[in-house]
Design a binder for this molecule. Structure first.
Ligand code: GRF
Length: 218
């Protein structure tokens, strides 16, 4: 099977990028990371890409006159590396509608909450402040809103007595690191179908998978 060429956009530590890199290099999923684009010089994501021998492009957004100019530079980097799927893995810039439209159905994001609860920034803090007992993470297709696109898969994480932002975020990260490679693997295998606002997942034998919550990663 041909490996799906994935471009990862990241701004921070890049632990989700790390999980993807590990899944690809272990051949657990039929994908490879073709390029990492990062808007923050010195970010962990750039270091992780370098350590894995994956091309990395640093595009500090403040050096661009407009959002459109920045998005165009991101687009050029993705196209130059033949990217087929774009993964937002802790990418802290909102992409312009024209960019999102160009990648419709080929652009996914990982978010640290069970969407549609707690969209936007500070999702972990929002969950703590609201006192929910269960939160989690979501991988979804990106539409023109902020964290509003069709949900592909989710994993639940309990909120424990005494949790603070750091402890809860750490527990969510563990699930993100399972969920994101799992979903990229499904997409790479051609098993994810966007049908309007809903996503259908085919089982390995071509029949629809029944449940896609807290999946067991092979
Ligand atoms: C993750 O929690 C992700 O859900 C959010 O940003 C965080 C990125 O973490 N969008 P990392 O940079 O992958 O470690």
């Amino acid at each position: 099977m041909d490996l799906l060429k994935v471009g990862v956009l990241a701004s921070g530590e890049g632990s989700n990028l790390g999980a993807l890199l590990a899944a690809c290099s272990a051949r657990r999923i039929p994908a490879r990371i073709s390029v990492v684009v990062c808007n923050v010089a010195g970010a962990g994501a750039l270091r992780r890409a370098g350590e894995s021998g994956v091309p990395a492009v640093c595009l500090p957004h403040r050096e661009y006159a407009s959002r459109e100019a920045f998005d165009a530079a991101v687009m050029a980097a993705l196209e130059a590396h033949g990217v087929e799927l774009v993964v937002l893995a802790g990418f802290m810039r909102v992409l312009a509608p024209s960019f999102v439209r160009s990648w419709a159905g080929r652009l996914v994001n990982v978010h640290p909450a069970l969407l549609p609860a707690f969209p936007g920034v500070a999702a972990v803090k929002q969950a703590l402040d609201r006192g929910v007992r269960v939160t989690g993470c979501t991988v979804h297709f990106v539409d023109e809103g902020v964290d509003t696109g069709p949900v592909i898969a989710q994993a639940a994480v309990p909120v424990l007595q005494g949790d603070d932002e750091a402890s809860l975020a750490a527990r969510i990260h563990v699930q993100e690191h399972r969920l994101l490679p799992f979903v990229v693997g499904l997409i790479a295998a051609g098993r994810v179908h966007l049908e309007g606002r809903r996503v259908r997942i085919d089982g390995a034998d071509g029949t629809p998978a029944s449940v896609l919550a807290s999946p067991e990663v092979p």
